[in-house]
Ligand binder design. Sequence first.
Ligand code: PAF
Length: 266
Amino acid sequence: MKTLRHAGAMQRLALRWRREGRSVAFVPTMGALHRGHLSLVTRARREAEIVVVSVYVNPTQFDRTDDLRGYPRTLPADRKACAAAGVEVVFAPANLYAEDHSTWVEETELSQGRCGATRPGHFRGVTTIVLKLVQLVQPERMYMGWKDAQQLEILRRMLRDLNVPTRVIGCPIVRDADGLALSSRNRHLSPAQRAQALALPRGLLEATGKARPAAWLRRHLARQPGLRVDYVEVAQGRLAAAVWVGSTRLIDNVPLPRVQRKGRKA
Ligand code: PAF
């Protein structure tokens, strides 16, 4: 397995693979890899000749400097996990923005609401970096988890709108045995906060059986000790929520049965 640190080296290799007609699968990450990421790698491994994982903590998608500073950086462990999972290349650049970078990619419809409403500028940073990464890796397929459902929908739309021939493959949310969706941010939770955080996946599940799932979930989460609701929303057929547990923000979502899918805020 190779680790590439420079954009030019990554792109030269990707162009060579393209000339040779090899199929490339891509898993973009910010590192701190967990079983959720590795499930994407496993699927990518099955479906393409070459798997590339990027590890880049993209500064332009953070709306809080403390979140960017505190984001876990674990490249040696990430490299080990990738090597064990059969990845060909870990692309881990130090920086992908020129000092005078002034071009941004913005999706303007699906990025309204949910995380788009409470994290201004976040999705502009995500769409910009993912287009840059796709230009460097030139993948046929890109693998993403449904935990970040809004991100997945936006990236699909962005690639379609800009005629980029990379298909986004959505993969199931991976959860711990107690139901908490895996996230690099879970490691910031104390044991007590982790126990409080379980109200999010459990509430989402229970809400799917209610007549007005978003309204019910908003009320339910607001009553849970240690949680502060960021949003609860129905969008694109999913009930999605974000909560704060101390200074850690967690997101999660579940698909709704067809009858409850009317997009409406709580
Ligand atoms: O989901 C993530 O880890 C990031 O938003 C992504 C897609 C790697 C872009 O930085």
